[in-house]
Design a protein around this ligand. Structure first.
Ligand code: MN
Length: 209
């Protein structure tokens, strides 16, 4: 299998006080690891899937045997989305208006505060479990804020992820209890804008190619 379950790219306490160490430990070691283990189990007897990356698998759902397709969506999505989420989190990497992504966000949403409000509303209004994303749409080549339910992936609907927030309750309940809005507000202190810039530049090359 080409995919591995990797350690977090930083210490469990490095997002404190915005996301606490205990939440990060349980989220990574139990939830994320659980998705990975279940995915591995499901594709044990599907060697053609074992040779693909998780991005390739989620981008081409019709290629997956119907017997396991929904489970691959659930556990493969859970595996990929958490890896992606860890990678775009870091403290003290501020938004820059003059970066590529900064200019595009201003161009699309108006002020940064307008983007923040729309993204926060999307994450706050999501009913049940899921994720809110900033994505680049492959067809329109535009930025969009979207929600995905459960572990459904933007990769499966021709959208390239740039930022995401996990709004399953396990992502915030230990620290924030029912105050999802506070968790979302604090999320804006830990977006790794340098990483988002890299993702956006690569995404643009892909859609313009
Ligand atoms: Mn999660």
């Amino acid at each position: 299998m080409v995919e591995e379950f990797l350690p977090l790219p930083y210490a469990y306490d490095s997002l404190e006080p915005y996301i606490d160490e205990q939440t990060m430990k349980i989220h990574h070691n139990k939830h994320h690891k659980g998705y990975y283990d279940k995915l591995m189990k499901i594709i044990e007897s599907y060697p053609e899937l074992q040779e693909k990356t998780i991005e390739e698998i989620l981008s081409d759902l019709v290629d997956i045997s119907e017997e396991i397709r929904q489970q691959v969506i659930n556990f493969g999505g859970g595996f990929f989305h958490h890896t992606f989420f860890w990678d775009i989190l870091k403290k003290d990497v501020p938004f820059k208006k003059n970066s590529e992504i900064g200019r595009e966000i201003i161009n699309k949403f108006g002020r940064f505060e307008d983007f923040k409000e729309q993204f926060s509303n999307s994450a706050g209004n999501l009913f049940g479990s899921g994720w809110t994303w900033l994505i680049l749409d492959k067809a329109t080549k535009q930025l969009e804020i979207i929600q995905t339910k459960n572990q459904n992936s933007p990769l499966s609907i021709e959208k390239i992820p740039l930022i995401t927030i996990d709004v399953w309750e396990h992502a915030y309940y230990l620290k924030y209890k029912n105050k999802r809005a506070e968790y979302i507000e604090n999320f804006f202190n830990i977006i790794n804008w340098k990483k988002v810039e890299d993702l956006f530049v690569k995404a643009q090359e892909k859609v313009l190619a």
